[in-house]
Design a protein around this ligand. Structure first.
Ligand SMILES: Nc1ncnc2c1ncn2[C@@H]1O[C@H](COP(=O)(O)OP(=O)(O)OP(=O)(O)O)[C@@H](O)[C@H]1O
Ligand SMILES: [Mg+2]
Length: 349
């Protein structure tokens, strides 16, 4: 089974991601906008598109699209051939946009709501769109790190070394796949609270460190630990958008008032306005309780609740087990569709 970095896409899968008709792929190839390779699948040579070539396609489209097609996208470099552009123009404008909020985090003081799982899928999906992404693991459990297939994190520097030992942040960054970097975590990070508490400007250290490398990325996304910790507080100060993952069960819903209060207090203390989105997760429409909790979330937090609901799906567990994207498990499955829709909503709207 291929890891995320080695993933290849069939023309049909590419067409689905690029919101194009499959018949146009030959034209895109001819115009030099897309590369395909022949890959042996069983006994047959099949046309496939590597992750890197797909990312290049999205970058070219984004960098050369007229500004009118996207949110502040500026035309740069040679324009895409007009014939090709008119065909991709049928795709939604998502392809032509740039991320609305560069620095984001997935957060909830409650444990086990799906933060690490969704962060991992989200950053892989964003990098599939050709965005240059930095993922930051702020949880000593290191689940985001493992989900991104890094198994030797105990030997690597983490954000602990950056915030406490003054390691330059770029020395903590590793590459996990084309267009996707990670600052990993290991158990040592669980000991950061006391030394961080004793540091001057403790809540600003993380945002100042991130600022040093932010220019290199289109999107920076952190997974956080399930606590009202100083480290999480520092990430809230650094972020423009906080995605609160709420499982559609009563206890998770009950914890939401604490989460929202924590965020509001922090906004006041640091005079830092945050955009908050609530992501309903593990939804099962066969369960009345799931429906009730989703209804309550939408009623109580109408502005913040995402349109996208992440259904409970074995594909997400399977992807975690294989340390890859849900696309690799089943590109047509509900989980892949949910993650697509979440990525488009949280990155571009
Ligand atoms: N939509 C989903 N469908 C099925 N399983 C899910 C879904 N979302 C998450 N899970 C599973 O739930 C478990 C907990 O998820 P995860 O570790 O991502 O939660 P977390 O909020 O990061 O936990 P912690 O607070 O400990 O960091 C994992 O086994 C994960 O695979
Ligand atoms: Mg986690």
């Amino acid at each position: 089974m291929a890891s995320f970095r080695e993933m290849c896409f069939t023309p049909a899968e590419f067409a689905q991601l690029a919101k194009l008709d499959k018949s146009i792929i030959g034209d895109l190839e001819q115009q030099g906008l897309l590369k395909t390779i022949k890959k042996k699948i069983g006994n047959v040579d099949r046309k496939m598109i590597t992750l890197e070539d797909m990312q290049d396609y999205f970058r070219t489209v984004r960098d050369t699209a007229p500004a009118s097609m996207g949110d502040g996208a500026e035309a740069a470099g040679a324009p895409i051939p007009v014939e090709a552009l008119s065909s991709v123009a049928a795709a939604t404008d998502v392809l032509f946009k740039r991320p609305k909020t560069k620095i984001q985090m997935f957060y909830n003081v409650k444990g086990g709501t799906g933060k690490s799982t969704l962060t991992a899928q989200y950053v892989m999906r964003a990098s599939m769109m050709g965005l240059k992404v930095l993922a930051i693991d702020l949880d000593g459990q290191g689940h985001l790190t493992v989900n991104l297939d890094i198994l030797d994190a105990h030997e690597r520097p983490t954000i602990y070394d950056v915030l406490i030992n003054d390691l330059p942040i770029d020395q903590s960054v590793i590459n996990v796949a084309p267009g996707l970097d990670l600052i990993p975590a290991n158990l040592g990070l669980c000991n950061i609270e006391i030394p961080l508490n004793n540091k001057p400007r403790r809540e600003y250290r993380l945002s100042e460190a991130i600022a040093k490398i932010a220019d290199q990325y289109d999107l920076i996304v952190a997974d956080t630990n399930p606590a009202a910790s100083i480290l999480n507080g520092s990430m809230l100060v650094a972020s423009g958008l906080v995605n609160v993952v709420c499982a559609t069960n009563p206890l998770s819903f009950h914890g939401m008032s604490l989460v929202m209060t924590t965020i509001e207090e922090l906004e006041r203390e640091f005079r830092h306005k945050l955009q908050v989105r609530i992501v309903p997760n593990m939804y099962d429409n066969r369960e009345v309780i799931s429906q009730e909790v989703l209804g309550e979330l939408r009623t109580q937090f109408p502005e913040s609740c995402t349109r996208t609901v992440i259904n409970r799906s074995a594909d997400l567990n399977e992807a975690t087990k294989r340390r890859t994207t849900v696309w690799d498990v089943s590109s047509k499955g509900t989980a892949a569709q949910d993650i697509n829709s979440l990525a488009e909503e949280l990155i571009f709207t």
